[in-house]
Design a protein around this ligand. Structure first.
Ligand code: NAD
Length: 401
């Protein structure tokens, strides 16, 4: 995916200040604990050297707070190739050898979705912090147990995505907080394409378009509108058989088509649809997408995110004083979707607490599970998890993207 343009930070800050965004972007320094390694490079291991690693490695290589110490993949030549390309001293063919062989602070888990949970658990059990691609576990319960395990060892775990880092997210969250929309009533968001072609796991049990694609919109809408209380949803399978680079015939078992409604506080209702059967002229990379993918309307305003939340281009905001609306935040600064682990590493190295937080990731995971339960039972599903909202604090990543 193409990189974002140069930082027009001054312009972004002017727009943010116009909305009174100071409290959302203000950095928040954490109390010291033994997990933070102030003024020290964080030693980083990457497990899973497939497609997404091609985006992570270049970003991590430029991270001034990171020292890449080893790679790992059960297809060992992938681990070796990445280690050679990015000048990383060690590579391993499995996690057990990696945990025993190299000392490091953070494991970045970029493996198949179904593998995340047990690898994250093994890493935490051996004293490592974890950044996990989505989902961080195969169920909400297992994810919550991972968090408890990490806490019991004074470690941390975080889960992708990192959409809350974008300046467009900050702008939208602040607009809602400041009442620019009046009372938020309804929202809709969508993300889809024709599905990954390289790996079968996306379509097998534990995969699906919800944890791969819907996860971004669910994170954005809950981050902007607040935690959801309940979910009602439908899912289906549109394409029963797929062909992927690593498996000629894949029986599709996970949903490749989903639509869900979330109930937020004060009556706000939001809708997400996602799937692997969406004709999309912008392709998997999303290049050229200039239409809204998230719209929020309230009693005094409407707001549209231009482009995808993982690759935003601007926010259109209309209010009674500006009925035709104005486009704000047309520059994403150094935000790119693959930066989540880099942000966490800066937080670990400096003691600043990121806006990305694990309670939010767990809430999103519970919503994904509730969506499937609603389809299976035909019922509205109450949610138990929550997170601190509005999502204040955090910091802008100080490295290059
Ligand atoms: N590809 C993308 O554009 C993209 C974007 C954002 C997020 N993601 C997420 O990243 C994750 C990986 O996706 P991908 O597209 O890179 O898949 P991929 O199939 O290209 O890569 C996964 C890699 O993990 C390795 N692996 C699997 N099990 C392992 C284990 N137990 N130990 C070590 N290595 C193991 C595989 O051999 C493979 O090389 C998924 O969670 C996906 O949702 C992918």
């Amino acid at each position: 995916m193409e990189k974002n343009q140069t930082i027009h930070r001054k312009k972004f800050l002017q727009q943010a200040v116009a909305l009174g965004a100071g409290s959302v972007i203000a950095p928040q320094i954490l109390k010291a604990n033994n997990f933070f390694k102030a003024d020290k490079k964080i030693r980083v291991a990457v497990i899973g050297c497939g497609s997404v690693s091609n985006m992570y490695f270049p970003h991590l290589s430029k991270n001034p707070f990171a020292e890449l110490v080893c790679t790992c993949d059960i297809i060992p030549e992938r681990a070796q190739k990445a280690a050679t390309k990015y000048n990383i001293p060690k590579w391993y063919p499995n996690i057990t050898d990696m945990l025993a062989g190299t000392n490091f602070d953070l494991m970045i888990n970029l493996t198949n979705m179904q593998e995340h949970e047990h690898l994250n658990r093994q890493a935490i059990q051996s004293g490592r912090n974890v950044w996990s691609e989505k989902p961080m576990a195969n169920s909400y319960k297992a994810g919550a147990e991972l968090l408890e395990l990490a806490k019991s060892k004074n470690l941390r775990i975080w889960g992708a995505p990192c959409v809350v880092q974008s300046p467009q997210f900050v702008f939208m969250a602040q607009a809602v907080k400041d009442g620019k929309l009046g009372k938020p009533a309804a929202a809709t968001a969508h993300y889809g394409h024709l599905g990954p072609t390289w790996s079968a796991f996306f379509y097998e049990k534990g995969g699906g378009s919800l944890p791969d694609l819907g996860v971004y919109n669910i994170a954005s809408l809950t981050g902007i509108l607040g935690p959801a209380r309940s979910v009602v949803a439908m899912t289906s399978i549109i394409t029963e058989t797929r062909h992927t680079d690593n498996k000629p015939v894949v029986k599709v078992e996970a949903e490749d088509n989903a639509a869900l409604l979330m109930e937020h506080s004060n009556g706000t209702i939001s809708h997400v649809m996602c799937g692997f059967n969406y004709f999309d002229p912008y392709g998997h990379e999303g290049t050229g997408q200039e239409k809204p993918t998230i719209s929020i309307v309230g009693t005094k305003g409407s707001m549209h995110l231009i482009g995808y939340d993982w690759k935003p281009f601007g926010v259109d905001l209309a209010t009674p004083e500006d009925e035709k609306g104005t486009r704000y935040v047309t520059d994403a600064g150094n935000y790119v979707w693959e930066m989540g682990a880099s942000v966490i590493i800066e937080g670990m190295a400096t003691g600043k607490e990121p806006r990305i937080n694990v309670e939010h990731a767990l809430h999103v995971l519970e919503i994904i599970e509730a969506t499937r339960t609603s389809q299976a039972t035909g019922k509205r599903i109450p949610l138990q998890s929550t997170f601190k909202w509005p999502m204040e604090g955090g910091f802008t990543y100080s490295g290059r993207s």
